[in-house]
Design a protein around this ligand. Structure first.
Ligand code: AGP
Length: 606
């Protein structure tokens, strides 16, 4: 997610703008820039890379301007580059703005502006906005506020905008829809930023803008309106915590914050992909693959992303006769897999930089296989090697333990399986699945309400060094991922087994008070899993059962029931409970949640 800061006051703006961007670095970014404005004009400085690069650019510049805006970019449209970085200005260089979000209808708006004679320097959706503003101001309203209101009415998607101009050099305009924006005020200045941490060194009293609101910031005043220009109520709040806590959005850790971000992350991932009950992947259409000639599909990744591959290979195989397999990248790269130009390899990675997955992708390319990447970090290395990349839109994931990246991978892979089933096998998408996909953010939000229950259940693991996760079919990758989460942050040894495999050996491990977490969400086998689990209860196990509404589970003390939905989506919802279980177990044990021992966020070495 991008970072935005803005200042209008009695002092030079640059110092607030830059310190604010530093406080927002945790949001992740690949380029940065500022625009400073006074009666003389607009001065924009921007660069690819870290804030330190921007500081170098500004080193020998004299910047007394008392009005300015800044931006750190997490690329969504257009790879990281100087040209694509914000702020973006109109050709006259009289208006400059920064943006956080995605303008969904930017293509049609761009076309209309080009017809009017506008040209574009960047590949971004943001540049459309500043040119729209230019068009409305100079060719219609000759009033910036009126021009802004007209501009906003034409935008679809999400945006937090911060605008400065030589037209009104003492004013910053701010507008918000779905992307965050907070305001602050002291007696000599007004501020805006994407998030509270940027303001806390100046004020702890902030005004979070609401969707559909415009704010006009001047040195001595802030006024808030709705998009129609009607005065809006201002709900100021006092931030009770310090900067570090603010970066975590008030949560105790980035992991807990990211667990709670999942409904939004899934919604953003579906945006532009699930449109009016259709799955759209323009990036894949443009490949013009001969889809029906594909003779095998491999899904390849590491760690959590590999568990997503196991999930995806199962749902793909249900609709496609072609042989489909999944493999850890570290095995794939040395396993000499059979590949030819009709093989399709799908690589999944949050960072897009994992060494084993990169090497596996290069092997696939050498063997002339088709390669699709499923990645979170736009512009990362894998996206520059794959034939095409489709993006999860989880935003930066700071915690080493992957949570929102996983659920957005499962979401996007579900969409990809619908797309491939139709392309390869003419399978018509299941209407019920599409309807439930649309509601998925709400289903995950509902699951988060079980947090208190999970926190209580986590004490079953207080004095335990082992835990067993079991599941069948699509519940098996969930069991694997739940075990991995528990291992990597609480250091409790955890294993995952196919439920039907228990009696072939692992049940020897079960004794009195052994903790077993069972996931039984798949209709055709849920009751079978439950009877497997009853065998462990007979041996004294403490069982936490996660199952659907209609299963018989009267022998169980700890049951969490999942609302009715298409079976394919249960893994995306049930894993939230296991993320929380790992989180609270690790918290109870006093472990470092965001930086667990021995682990790195992106394993860029073999
Ligand atoms: C999972 O919580 C870990 N962070 C780790 O297994 C991770 O999923 C794996 O290293 C793959 O990383 P990637 O998705 O960035 O390729």
């Amino acid at each position: 997610m991008c970072g935005i800061t803005g200042y209008i006051g009695k002092d030079p703006a640059l110092s607030f703008v830059m310190q604010g961007l530093q406080k927002l670095e945790y949001r992740g970014y690949d380029s940065a820039g500022v625009t400073l404005v006074d009666e003389e004009g607009l001065s924009t400085y921007k660069t690819k890379g870290r804030l330190s690069e921007l500081e170098k650019l500004l080193e020998d510049k004299d910047c007394p301007q008392i009005c300015g805006i800044g931006h750190t970019r997490w690329a969504t449209h257009g790879v990281p580059s100087q040209l694509n970085s914000h702020p973006h200005s109109n050709q006259k260089n009289t208006i400059s703005l920064v943006h956080n979000g995605i303008i969904e209808n930017y293509a049609s708006l761009k076309e209309a502006l080009i017809e009017k004679g506008y040209s574009f320097q960047s590949e971004t959706d943001t540049e459309i906005v500043v040119n729209l503003l230019d068009d409305y101001y100079y060719n219609d309203t000759h009033d910036l506020f009126e021009a802004l209101k007209k501009t906003l009415k034409g935008l679809e998607g999400s945006f937090a905008l911060c605008i400065v101009s030589t037209i009104e050099p003492d004013t910053i305009y701010v507008a918000k829809k779905e992307s965050p924006m907070v305001l602050g005020k002291t007696k000599d200045a007004s501020f805006c930023a994407s998030d509270a941490p940027a303001l806390l060194a100046y004020t702890k009293r902030i005004l979070p803008l609401e969707d559909g609101q415009i704010a006009i910031l001047k040195k001595e005043s802030i006024e808030v309106f709705d998009f129609d220009g009607k005065k809006a109520e201002e709900k100021w709040i006092d931030i009770p915590y310090d900067i570090e806590a603010a970066q975590k959005g008030g949560y105790d850790s980035f992991m807990l914050k990211e667990i709670h971000e999942q409904p939004t992350a899934i919604k953003e991932t579906l945006r532009g992909v699930l449109v009016n009950k259709k799955i759209i992947f323009k990036e894949l259409d443009e490949l013009n693959y001969k889809w029906k000639k594909i003779n095998r599909i491999y899904l390849v990744a590491c760690g959590t992303a590999y568990h997503a591959c196991i999930f995806a290979s199962q749902i793909l195989q249900r609709n496609i006769e072609t042989p489909i397999s999944h493999m850890p990248a570290s095995e794939f790269r040395y396993g000499d897999p059979y590949l030819d130009r009709n093989s399709l390899c799908i690589f999944v990675s949050q960072s897009g930089e994992t060494a084993d997955t990169m090497a596996a992708m290069k092997l696939a390319k050498e063997k002339k296989a088709k390669t699709i990447a499923v990645v979170n970090a736009l512009g990362s290395s894998m996206t520059r090697i794959a034939d095409a990349t489709i993006y999860t839109c989880a935003g930066p994931e700071i915690s080493v333990a992957s949570t929102k990246a996983y659920t957005t991978q499962l979401t996007l892979l579900t969409c990809l399986s619908i797309y491939l089933s139709e392309k390869i096998n003419d399978v018509v998408a299941d209407e019920g699945l599409l309807n439930d996909l649309k509601k998925l953010p709400d289903y995950v939000r509902e699951m988060l309400k079980e947090e208190k229950t999970i926190e209580e259940l986590s004490h079953l693991l207080d004095k335990k060094n082992d835990a067993y996760f079991i599941g069948r079919l699509l519940d098996y990758p969930t069991a694997l991922e739940g075990a991995l989460k528990l291992k990597e942050i609480s250091y409790v040894h955890a294993d995952a087994y196919y439920a039907g495999e228990l009696k072939h050996g692992p049940i020897a491990l079960i004794e009195k008070k052994t903790v077993v977490i069972a996931i039984a969400s798949q209709s055709e086998v849920a009751q079978k899993t439950i009877s497997n689990i009853e065998e462990t209860i007979a041996r004294g196990a403490e069982v936490i059962l996660i199952t659907k509404k209609d299963t018989q589970a009267d022998k169980f003390r700890h049951v969490i029931r999942l609302r009715e939905m298409n079976d394919v989506l249960y893994p995306i919802v049930s894993i939230v409970l296991l993320q929380l279980l790992a989180y609270y177990t690790a918290t109870n044990k006093g472990c470092d949640i965001d930086k667990p021992r021995n682990l790195a966020k992106s394993v860029t070495v073999e």
